[in-house]
Design a protein around this ligand. Structure first.
Ligand SMILES: Nc1nc2c(ncn2[C@@H]2O[C@H](COP(=O)(O)OP(=O)(O)O)[C@@H](O)[C@H]2O)c(=O)[nH]1
Ligand SMILES: [Mg+2]
Length: 261
């Protein structure tokens, strides 16, 4: 009977940070709804979504704060990364400056966020690189199926057509390659800074589930006190009463639903 005990969901506060337009909202949309939208509207303030991730021995319920990337919202960021157990810092592999911005976020997190926050550096828009099959994962290797998506929604891997077969040389082919940040450069930085590292594509879904699964596996759960159920009032922000919240400190952001496994 002991092995059959129901697994309790552990809540994990996760924040997405990174320059505007690197694809933070798209990664969340892919992870939570298995969807991609070419024409996203900029996130205003922040959006809140939840998604569960099933590991072997526990269910992790991510409470995801998807922040706006614009500089004018920078001062709000601590509100979102404070007490976060995980952060996904995103850059766009086709925009070198966005890696510099990502590094600045990492620095800020390392100085001001939880001491044991798990940070994943994610190079998004891998589909725009000619060597998109050479995406790499450093730190703990993610090989497992990421999570169980909702029954009626696509998985994060929907449309994942990245071929594994051709080991193309890394980096910077001039031709059709929009890549400006080499895998090696970002991976080396991630390694020396103690970050998980992924290259991913919100568009194809490549590696998106793996980001969250790997984070879930890396979080030191012994340090997290189990929280009461989500709808128990008093312990949550006014915004967070159910699965689906968009916390926009302005307007213009469409409501997004979250999907749960
Ligand atoms: N090609 C490609 N475009 C993407 C990808 N992810 C996001 N985009 C596009 O990049 C733009 C900005 O995305 P968005 O998610 O709003 O970025 P955010 O400001 O960081 O939240 C949108 O036009 C997206 O369609 C991706 O993986 N590949
Ligand atoms: Mg956004």
């Amino acid at each position: 009977m002991a092995d059959e005990t129901p697994v309790k969901a552990v809540q994990v506060k996760l924040v997405l940070l990174g320059e505007a337009a690197v694809g933070k909202s798209s990664l969340v949309l892919r992870f939570c709804q298995g969807d991609f939208n070419e024409n996203t509207s900029p996130t205003i303030g922040a959006a809140f979504l939840t998604q569960k991730c099933r590991l072997e021995n526990r269910i992790v319920k991510f409470e995801i704060w998807d922040t706006a990337g614009q500089e004018r919202f920078h001062s709000l960021a601590p509100m979102y990364y404070r007490n976060a157990q995980a952060a996904v810092v995103v850059y766009d592999i086709t925009k070198a400056a966005s890696l510099e911005k990502a590094k600045a976020w990492v620095k800020e997190l390392q100085r001001q966020a939880n001491a044991n926050i798990v940070i994943a550096l994610v190079g998004n828009k891998l589909d725009l690189a000619s060597d998109s099959s050479s995406t790499s994962i450093s730190a703990p290797t993610a090989t497992e199926t990421p999570e169980t998506p909702t029954e009626d929604e696509g998985t994060a891997e929907d449309g994942d057509s990245v071929e594994e077969s051709t080991p193309t040389p890394p980096v910077n082919n001039e031709s059709d390659d929009a890549r400006q940040v080499s895998t090696a450069e970002a991976e080396a930085y991630a390694k020396e800074s103690g970050l998980l590292f992924f290259e991913a594509s919100a568009k194809t879904g490549h590696n998106v589930g793996e980001i969250f699964t790997e984070i879930a596996k890396t979080i030191p759960f012994d340090t997290i006190t189990p929280k009461p159920a989500a709808n128990q009032t008093g312990n949550r922000r006014s915004a967070g009463n159910t699965e689906n919240n968009n916390v926009n400190l302005g307007d213009g952001q469409q409501a997004k639903r979250s999907g749960c496994c």
